[in-house]
Design a protein around this ligand. Structure first.
Ligand code: TYM
Length: 332
């Protein structure tokens, strides 16, 4: 079976609907047909300043949510990045074949470093995409399920794999992004041309998986639309309604065309009310299961430790292969 790898940062107390629809939901689906490795990327989460207690909590909350949405640790490898030292080791060797200018062109770094002060623009934030490339390449990854915002980082991972292979001989599998167009960019409910993001200006623009469902329902009802009261998919002219249609279709399994038909001539009130119900139905069981996993942190930590051991069994030999190709002497 082809290998899948993906990661998510533990930088919030909840995943949001963009993370879920753009990435994590696809991770669950791919378990059917792929050999999957999923990672809570805590090394990435310290690149822009953090609090240790908060990081610890968010790492567990992230893992619990992944289990709650259906990542099965019996068939997939689920682990925390810092528990597998090969990631930091792999990042070093890849950083030595990355051009300074090449790294400087990463748009996410430019966005994030321009927003914050000194702590926001650490060298770690600058080399972040190289660590991400190491994550992916250490698992002989064929496909990487992510949202649209990760496309440029995936391109860098491919370039680095190809460069390493051509300099030192075939070593890394060249990974392909797996970006599902319909949900690759879920947008902000208050600012529907911007992506839904943890750093959104208003909390009303994002739906957190773990927030009070009543709150989510209210956010859907007050989502920005337009003045022509027609439920129709048109990203250019009707970005707000189009985003709600994408969310509705993804969560209900109905097609956008079917939804347009059902709401023809009915305005936005019913549409939003029904979507709010769908959202609540999806969130409630995820919240219950997440709470159950968090109730037993010792067991959660055991699941993650076992995951890290399985991850090392894959990443260790791949790193050893790369070390050998580079010309490092074999360790004892
Ligand atoms: P992160 O933690 O920001 O986001 C996790 C995943 O959610 C997707 N996503 C979205 N998809 C659709 N619409 C949105 N509004 C939206 N917002 C976020 C992201 O594309 C991502 O797939 N650099 C990565 C983490 C990472 C990684 C990796 C990913 C580290 N190593 C290796 C893949 C492979 C990140 O910051 O994701």
């Amino acid at each position: 079976r082809p290998r899948v790898f993906s990661g998510i940062q533990p930088t919030a107390d909840s995943f949001h609907l963009g993370n879920y629809l753009g990435a994590v939901r696809n991770w669950v689906a791919m378990q059917e047909s792929h050999d999957c490795v999923y990672c809570v990327v805590d090394l990435h989460a310290i690149t822009a300043g953090h609090d240790p207690e908060v990081l610890r909590r968010r790492t567990r909350v992230s893992a619990a949510q992944l289990l709650a949405v259906g990542i099965d640790p019996k068939t997939s490898v689920l682990f925390v990045q810092s528990q597998v030292p090969e990631h930091a080791q792999g990042a070093w060797i890849l950083s030595c074949i990355t051009g300074f200018g090449e790294a400087s062109r990463m748009t996410q770094f430019k966005d994030k470093s321009s927003k914050g002060g000194e702590s926001q623009s650490s060298v770690g934030l600058f080399t972040y995409p190289i660590l991400q490339a190491a994550d992916i390449l250490l698992y002989d990854t064929d496909a990487v399920p992510v949202g649209e915002d990760q496309r440029q980082h995936l391109e860098l991972s491919r370039d680095l794999a190809q460069r390493f292979n051509s300099r030192f001989g075939e070593t890394f599998v060249v990974p392909k992004p797996h970006i599902v167009t319909d949900t690759a960019k879920i947008t902000d409910l208050q600012d529907p041309t911007a992506k839904m993001s943890k750093s959104a200006s208003s909390p009303n623009g994002i739906i957190d998986l773990l927030e009070d469902p009543k709150r989510s329902a209210k956010k859907i009802r007050s989502a920005v639309t337009d003045s022509d009261a027609e439920v129709r998919y048109d990203v250019e002219k009707k970005p707000g309604v189009s985003n709600l249609l994408r969310i509705y279709a993804a969560l209900s399994g109905r097609t956008i065309a079917d939804l347009e038909d059902s709401y023809a001539g009915r305005g936005y009130g019913d549409f939003k009310k029904d979507l709010a119900e769908v959202v609540v139905e999806v969130l409630t069981p995820i919240q219950d299961r997440t709470a159950a996993y968090l109730d037993d942190p010792a067991e959660l930590d055991r699941v993650l430790a076992a995951g890290a051991e399985s991850a090392r069994a894959i990443a260790g030999p791949v790193l050893a292969r790369a070390y050998d190709r580079i010309g490092f002497l074999p360790a004892a």
